[in-house]
Every structure is written in C-alpha cells, then in structure tokens.
Design a protein around this ligand. Structure first.
Ligand code: CP
Length: 320
C-alpha cells in the first residue's frame, strides 16, 4: 500500500481485516519491518485516539515516531501558489511538506475542513498538496472528507463481534449536536460500509433528517431514509454520529426531536450493538444509559484503532 487516504487505496479489504486480527493476536511479531524507519505524525487539529493509537501501532512495528502539532508548534502555513507572503503565513506547504519528507519514511496528516467553502473542502486542497510535496507515503489521520483509520477500526469491530449466520444489518444514524461537525467520519463510514456491502459482508442503511443527506459519492448502494425507527427495525449495529449539512454546507439545520438514541429506541432492533467514533457528548449526541450499558461497543471500537493503524502501517512498510 503506497498511501492510505480512503477505502479506494485498499487492494483487498478482507486481507486488511485479516492482517489486523492477526496482528491483534501477536502485536510484536513484525518489529523487523519498522527497524530504522521513522513515522512522522502531523496534526493541524486536536486528537486523542488517532494520536495515541497510531503512535503505539508504529512502536509495535519497531518504528521511530515523531509528532508535530503543526497548529500550535509549527509555522503558519501558506497553501496558495502565486501570492506574495506578506501576511500572517510564514512557510509555504511546498517547503514544509518537502522538509518533513526528508526526515520521515511515512507521514501521517490530520487536517479538518473549514466548513465554509464546500468545493475547497471536498477538493482536499491541503491534503493533496501535502501528499504532492512531501515525497513519501502518507496515511490519513482524518482529512476534510474522510477518516479511513476510524472506518477500518469500525469494520474490524463489526467483523470480530458478529456471531450471526446472516449478514448483519448496519445502520448509520444521525444524532443531534450543538456544533457544526464535519462529514468526514460519516462519509468515510458510509464509503467503507458500502464497499463491505458490495463484498457481501453486511446490509447498510443510513438514517438522517431531511437536509442532512451525505454526498452521494460516499453512499453507493446504501438504503437511505429520513425515518429513524424504520431504519432501526431489526438492526444489529447502530453507528451513531452527528454531522452538519452537506447541502446547506456546514450548517446546523433545525434541531429535530427524537434522534438521540436511548434504550427505548433499541427495543425494535435485534438487540443492536451501538458504536461511536468518540469523542461523544453524553446525553446530547448519545444517551448515558447506552454508553454505560451492555450494548455499547465504543471502548472496544476505540481499542481497535490500534490494530487498524498497525495493519495499515504494516502494508505501507512492506511497500517501501
Ligand atoms: N475518533 C477519533 O478520531 O478520535 P480523536 O479525534 O480523539 O483522534
């Protein structure tokens, strides 16, 4: 694997899942792969899980790791070409990315969308330029439109917890929030689940209020509804997540009632397991009774971020 920015970079999704579960059994078996190799992790935004799980994954593989909190510790970056840099930006991404590529064998990058200009965010301008100028393989730690390490961990969690004979019904359910959040996690989850559905692994449904439909490029083959109870009927897994509107870009639309998942809403499901990428706002986005109850998979899921990152880094190291 030469880069990891979306499910489209994965040659064989089932092989990647198997790699992750094998690594989980023997985390330190491949330390030779990362010997004398350096991973640089570049964050333009906050993180808990992505930062720690990716660092640990690299250490488990014998790599050296460096972390750069670019937003707090780095020079203010310019991304536009052809302008005189007489404002607040100090270093151009052309030099900054190229220099980081001199020190690292693989780079990870987190760069959230601004949620102001849809085309700018969905063109992944910053990410594309970073990849172009750094000159080494890049793993996404979450971009403007996708969070593939999270989605891989989500699919690993479903694969290892599903004990039924038929395909599980997986539901992505929009949830309330007070802030405008990116579509990266739901876009990416939808993209991975649609691929898993194509491969015959799951059945996939998305439920959101009118106005919160995701970009159709991320949802091919998904069943899409505005009716949460209809979506939850017979569900085996519910992936709870808030996102802001794609159509009225970056906006929080009217605040609909009845979309926060609680135990009452689980009654129509197949005793569904509940997932969330975290961080989560309790009793706003998801009820405490679910988070603290037997149906919650959120900690298990966060734990699997480690094996997702390690499986991806393993395949990237093999391709160096
Ligand atoms: N789920 C996730 O990416 O968590 P962090 O933002 O804390 O890394």
């Amino acid at each position: 694997m030469n880069q990891f920015t979306s499910v489209h970079d994965v040659h064989d999704i089932k092989q990647l899942l198997n790699d992750a579960l094998t690594i989980k059994e023997s985390p330190y078996a491949l330390q030779h792969l990362g010997k004398n190799k350096t991973l640089g992790l570049v964050f333009l935004n906050p993180s808990l899980r992505t930062r720690l799980s990716t660092q640990k994954a690299a250490l488990n593989l014998g790599m050296n790791v460096m972390v750069m909190n670019m937003d707090k510790e780095g020079w203010a970056l310019e991304t536009q070409d052809g302008i005189v840099m007489n404002g607040t930006t100090v270093e151009h991404i052309r030099e900054a990315a190229a220099v980081m590529g001199q020190y690292c064998d693989i780079l990870g990058l987190r760069s959230f969308p601004k949620l102001v200009n849809r085309d700018e965010d969905y063109n992944e301008d910053f990410f594309s330029k970073f990849i172009k100028y750094c000159g080494v393989p890049v793993v996404s730690l979450e971009s403007a439109t996708r969070h593939p390490l999270q989605s891989l961990a989500d699919l690993i969690t479903i694969k290892e917890t599903w004990k039924g004979e038929a395909k599980p019904k997986v539901v992505l359910a929009w949830a309330p929030h007070i802030k405008a959040l990116p579509q990266a996690v739901p876009n990416s989850f939808a993209e991975w689940m649609c691929k898993a559905q194509q491969d015959g692994m799951i059945d996939f449904t998305i439920a959101q209020p009118a106005g919160y439909e995701l970009n159709e490029d991320f949802t091919p083959g998904a069943t899409i509804t505005h009716n949460l109870d209809e979506a939850l009927a017979g569900a085996d897994y519910i992936y709870v997540k808030n996102w802001s509107s794609y159509k009225e870009y970056g906006k929080v639309l009217t605040y609909p009632e009845g979309w926060m998942l609680n135990n009452d809403k689980l009654k129509g499901t197949n005793d569904a397991k509940v997932m969330h990428c975290l961080p989560v706002r309790r009793d706003l986005e998801l009820s405490s009774e679910i988070l603290d109850g037997p149906n919650s998979l959120v900690i298990h899921e966060a734990g699997n971020r480690l094996w997702a990152a390690q499986a991806v880094l393993k395949q990237m190291l093999e391709a160096l």
